[in-house]
Structures are given as C-alpha cells and as structure tokens.
Design a protein around this ligand. Sequence first.
Ligand SMILES: [Fe+2]
Length: 204
Amino acid sequence: LDVFVEHDIEEVNSRNFKGTKGSIEGPYYVPGAPQLPARCTLPMRDEDRGHPALVLRGQVTDLDGAGLSGATIELWHADDEGYYSQFAPHLPEWNLRGTIVTDSEGRYEITTIQPAPYQIPTDGPTGKFIEAAGWHPWRPAHLHLRVTSPGKRPIITQLYFAGGDWVDDDVATATKPELLLDPVIDDAGRKVVDYDFALDPATD
Ligand SMILES: [Fe+2]
C-alpha cells in the first residue's frame, strides 16, 4: 500500500502549505547519516567516483526568502546500479547518504553521482498487485531529501531528472513537474543543478 497510496496521502497533507512541495519518503530512509559541511561530497566508493559528478546546490530559506543557517539536508539515493546502502550487503554502511548542514546563508553544495532507476521489490503482495494491474515495477532515477530547520515544517521530497527513463510512468506515481532537475554540464564535466527549499513555519 505504501507504494501505491503514499503519494496521495502526501498530496493531501501538503495542500495547505506555501513552501516547496514534497513527495513520498519511500522505504529506504535511515536516520543518523554522517554529518557533513555545507560544501561536501557524499560518502562513496572508488567505483562510484568513476561516474560523472552530480552537484546539487542551492539555498534553504523561510517563506520570505531569508536563508536558514544550520538547516539540515538529509540526502540518500541509490547508486549507479540502483542499490541503496544498508539494503544491499555489498555496499558500505553510509554509501551515498549524508546529513548536510547549511552555511551562514542557508546555502549548500553537495557533490554526488546520478543514481540509476530501480525496480521496486516484486515479491509478495506488491508484485502480485503490479502483475494483476498490468503495470511495470520501475521507479525513475531520483534523489531523496529530508530538509529540516528548528521551528519549520520539514520537507520530505524526491528529485527526478528531466527526460529520464520512467519519469512519466513512475510505479509509485510520485513525480511532479516542480521536482524535475535538469542539470547543466560544466567545464569540468560535472552535472550541476540548483534547487532551493522554502520551508513553512511549523504548525505544532
Ligand atoms: Fe528511492
């Protein structure tokens, strides 16, 4: 049910908020990823470094555009083969996971690699449901993020890559136009893209 219904719950929950829209958390979040400075590279293996760097950078602000210093961005994503650390025994514990702390202006610049699309597990009832419905089990390549700052409503989101496989046909139907990244290749061959987060005030 979390695969097929979580996106609807998230949509209804977010209707009354003005800040950056979110998406579903998914099943691969692990709390407590290593803390990293505002400009950082996610923990990765040598073979991950063989892929072009992806640089995600931007600013975390309040609804008035004021930078939020010390906000945290938890980032987790699959590797180039679609595997998440702690859910694949061959990967180091915190591979491609980190808790990034924004600088004095709320800015951040994270270097990582672009993840690959992956298939959700098709054993058990989820697989039976997909097969009966005539669907496929693929999710488009995506980054997972959880952005928090004291006194603010956390944003949980996923960011996708424009033009990527399965973006228009996600089994979890969690994509939205405002969640699409369109990186530009810089002189060093890195894929660079900006993404800002505006956080609503906390409601409780
Ligand atoms: Fe995921």
